[in-house]
Design a protein around this ligand. Structure first.
Ligand code: NAP
Ligand code: ZN
Length: 351
């Protein structure tokens, strides 16, 4: 074991603060990564504050972070894919059984024995896993991906969660030329959804509660912007969308978005508000609409997404912050005031 610097929450009501954690020395199949940047996902905030208590109770001290980019500093004897100095990423998972049908299909995120990057039982230490708000991490090479050399490392960090979480449902629904796509919520996930759907050739509409994000939405690749609090604007688009990606982090009226779908249209939920939804049957029966969920993505698809971003020169629009400002960043996330992802510069941990 060795000691790593980190930021942790001591309870659901404590701010994140400096903390020292124990990490394992790399085993034969492990890679040790010196973390350069880690994105701040709204899931970090939900978990730190134990807002998902029923589905995923928080264990403290909790070190969040699953949008990790760093350099390999050591590899175990059996590691074949990475060497010291490689620029790599780690996303939402760090282990899985590797043998179940989901793992064999490359959908590790669906494995019944998946191990999340933080707040999950850690078989190596007997404690819980600690995420990327830290100077280093040790991960099995199966859960490490390669960052394309042309991408800015800070801008690439959010691809590890916001990128794959939006890329996977867009691909699953075969979004492309001729598809009318709506992206609800222009935050970290939403702005990646806009960039990716635009790069896939779709006609992209941003559905936002923030009229001030209109110009940004267009710059990011949206063809049009609908301010959802404007009932008239919403009515004009009723029944017209093929696919809607809902990335909203707080309680909201999902029925208003379902009613924008055309026949056989699909709304995929990736946002994870604390409160349950109430949906009238006819919002789904009319037009035979469907509603489903999606959870980040597996390793092969994460690498495919990174290579797609490399080929199209896509990174997140980031606001790089020192670790010492992470609590302030959380408060701004709650006000939908992020353009469009906070990314922690890990050099600040040793400042
Ligand atoms: P974020 O950056 O905070 O963005 C959320 C956006 O939702 C805001 O920018 C805002 O956009 C909109 N919004 C916020 N409050 C709203 C409200 N009351 N009504 C309507 N819209 C509202 O968050 P994020 O990091 O993108 O994460 C979004 C959600 O996805 C979180 O719940 C997170 O936990 C979840 N998530 C899920 C997965 C998965 O695998 N499924 C992965 C990562 C994250 P506008 O200003 O444009 O309205
Ligand atoms: Zn995330």
């Amino acid at each position: 074991m060795y000691q790593a610097k980190a930021y942790a929450a001591a309870s659901a009501v404590s701010p994140l603060a400096a903390h020292t954690i124990e990490r394992r020395e790399p085993t034969a199949s492990d890679v040790r990564i010196e973390i350069l940047f880690c994105g701040v996902c709204h899931s970090d905030l939900h978990l730190v504050r134990d807002e998902w208590h029923e589905a995923m109770p928080a264990v403290y001290p909790l070190v969040p972070g699953h949008e990790i980019v760093g350099r390999v500093s050591a590899v175990g004897a059996a590691v074949t894919r990475y060497k010291r100095g490689d620029l790599v990423g780690v996303g939402c998972q760090v282990d899985s059984d590797g043998t179940c049908p989901a793992c064999r299909a490359g959908h590790e995120q669906l494995c019944p024995n998946v191990v999340l990057t933080y707040n999950a039982p850690d078989k190596h230490t007997g404690g819980v896993t600690y995420g990327g708000y830290s100077d280093s991490i040790v991960v099995d090479e199966r859960f490490v991906v390669r960052i394309p050399a042309n991408l800015n490392p800070a801008g690439a960090a959010p691809l590890l969660c916001a990128g794959i979480t939006t890329y996977a449902p867009l691909r699953r629904r075969r979004v492309g030329r001729g598809t009318k796509v709506g992206v609800v919520g222009l935050g970290g996930l939403g702005h990646m959804g806009v960039k990716l759907a635009h790069a896939m050739g779709a006609q992209v509409h941003v559905l936002t509660t923030s009229p001030g994000k209109r110009d940004d939405a267009r710059r990011l690749g949206a063809d049009a912007v609908i301010v959802t609090r404007n009932a008239q604007e919403m009515r004009r688009h009723a029944g017209s969308f093929d696919f809607i990606l809902d990335t909203v982090s707080a309680a909201h009226d999902i029925t208003a978005y379902l009613e924008l779908l055309g026949n056989d249209g699909n709304l995929t939920l990736v946002g994870a508000p604390e409160q349950p939804f109430r949906i009238p049957a006819f919002a789904l029966l009319s037009g035979q609409r469907s509603l489903c969920g999606s959870v980040n993505g597996g390793l092969p698809e994460t690498q495919e997404m990174l290579d797609f971003c490399g080929a199209h020169n896509i990174t997140a629009d980031v606001e790089v912050i020192p670790m010492q400002r992470v609590n302030e960043a959380y408060e701004r996330l709650l006000k939908a005031d992020v353009k469009y992802r906070f990314v922690i510069d890990m050099a600040s941990l040793s400042a």
